[in-house]
Write a protein that binds this ligand. Structure first.
Ligand code: ADP
Ligand code: ADP
Length: 235
């Protein structure tokens, strides 16, 4: 069984002059359990729309989204919010709350999920240790470097123990050395926690460094997919 199975996904937007634009135009895609899959393609290819279809942040106009055996297109919003607990997401610009500490940011998703206070503290401490930020627990995001902010983002995403991690241009705001460190962390949690990772990026270096499988999108369609070495082998 697949971690993610997309079939016949279409997403249509109205452009400014009123003509419809197919951001996604019939996407069929299987993401196996346990790997790191990169979705690449030029700006406007539909990468962001595809990622946001997987957790239904944007509801597709057609098709099925099945995550870990559950058809998300059949669910109402309250049920979707519960399912999203098992789908972590990290962002290019981190999306941290400026008025909460590092620990407070990581605790937030657990508070929203109704976790008991007594369980939140130890879980936050465990997550901060995992991403190497134990010393920063009481700091506010403004005091952190970009790489540290993304580590908070990763800890927050992992807090409810998701099976799937979605990464939206997660290293695009970082310098090359910090990018390598964050990619190494993503690879480590993929291996150690058995987490399936689906990422979008416009950086080929990211794909070569971290991905097992690559999917090439163009104008809302998949034009190529396979192991990284195979897809990038030809001239
Ligand atoms: P990518 O992430 O590869 O840059 P997107 O998924 O963001 O691609 O966009 C795919 C296409 O859909 C583009 O033509 C974009 O302009 C269009 N699009 C995306 N979101 C919207 C929106 N909210 N309203 C109108 N058009 C959109
Ligand atoms: P904020 O002021 O940013 O809202 P809080 O101090 O309320 O942050 O902490 C939010 C949560 O993080 C609490 O549930 C607490 O259990 C946990 N927490 C706070 N400090 C630490 C720490 N040093 N290590 C681990 N967990 C912590």
């Amino acid at each position: 069984a697949s971690m993610v199975r997309l079939s016949g996904i279409a997403k249509i937007f109205q452009s400014k002059d009123g003509t419809p634009v197919a951001a996604l135009d019939g996407i069929d895609l299987d993401i196996p359990h346990g790997g790191i899959t990169a979705i690449v393609g030029p700006s406007g290819a539909g990468k962001s729309s595809l990622l946001r279809a997987v957790n239904m942040l944007e509801r597709p106009d057609a098709g099925r989204v099945v995550v870990d055996g559950t058809d998300l297109t059949m669910l109402d919003e309250p049920a979707l919010r519960r399912v999203r607990q098992s789908i972590g997401m990290i962002f290019q610009h981190f999306n941290l709350l400026a008025n909460r500490t590092v620990a407070g940011n990581v605790a937030l998703s657990l508070e929203l999920a109704g976790w008991n206070r007594d369980r939140i503290g130890p879980r936050v401490a465990e997550l901060l240790a995992l991403v190497g930020l134990t010393e920063k627990a009481g700091q506010y995001p403004a005091a952190l470097s970009g790489g540290q902010k993304q580590r908070v983002g990763i800890a927050r995403a992992l807090a409810p123990s998701p099976r799937l991690l979605l990464c939206d241009e997660a290293t695009s705001a970082l310098d090359p050395e910090t990018t390598r460190q964050i990619l190494a962390l993503i690879r480590r949690i993929n291996r150690e926690l058995g987490l399936t990772v689906l990422l979008i990026t416009h950086e080929m270096g990211v794909v070569r460094e971290v991905a097992d499988q690559v999917v090439v999108l163009e104008a809302g369609r998949i034009i190529e997919q396979g192991p990284v070495a195979t897809v990038f082998a030809h001239p």
